[in-house]
Design a protein around this ligand. Sequence first.
Ligand SMILES: Cc1cc2nc3c(=O)[nH]c(=O)nc-3n(C[C@H](O)[C@H](O)[C@H](O)COP(=O)(O)O)c2cc1C
Length: 181
Amino acid sequence: MSVKLAVILGTKREGNWSKHVYNYLIEYLKNRKDIEVRGYDPSVMALPVDEDKKVPEFSDLVQWADGFVLVSPEYNHSFSGTLKLLLDSEFENFFNKSVGYVSVSKGPFAGVRMVESLTNVTRELGLIDHGYDMPIANVRETFSESGELLDEKVATQAEGFIDHLIWLTETLNRGRSELKD
Ligand SMILES: Cc1cc2nc3c(=O)[nH]c(=O)nc-3n(C[C@H](O)[C@H](O)[C@H](O)COP(=O)(O)O)c2cc1C
């Protein structure tokens, strides 16, 4: 049974480096068997004014997906306002689906503080994680400015992270289809 994963980029900052990690993961997932992958890059999105305003393409994606990969930089020890607006624009279609976190930073701490604040939000949305994250430190040395991967260790990180996410996503798919709420 194939698993449908949505990879979401958590920033629309012009020239952001998180996009290199996002692009890398989408390509990586396309090469894995039994996964259907779609991405969402908010650079095309006009920011909604109201917190609960729907973003149609994002709505479709959330409905379609079994699980989510949130690729987000750390901004002032948290995640971006753009990602919060996106997450706030949906609710029911997140419930009892999986989520995995890819934190991105140009520093040595890999954005792990961002994950701590993001889990407060995803928990409220009913998303479920497995605690196996994919932290990317020193992103400006891990990828070239044009997005080429410079550190092969990222491939090993991606493999472990996605293996855990698929297991959880398949388990939750079964739970949602076989068990009553
Ligand atoms: C508004 C802002 C706040 C930031 N705050 C942090 C931070 O708290 N911790 C950190 O490690 N890096 C921080 N950074 C630097 C990012 O790690 C750096 O920009 C990196 O390339 C990832 O973000 P990007 O995808 O926007 O490029 C910040 C960057 C911006 C623009």
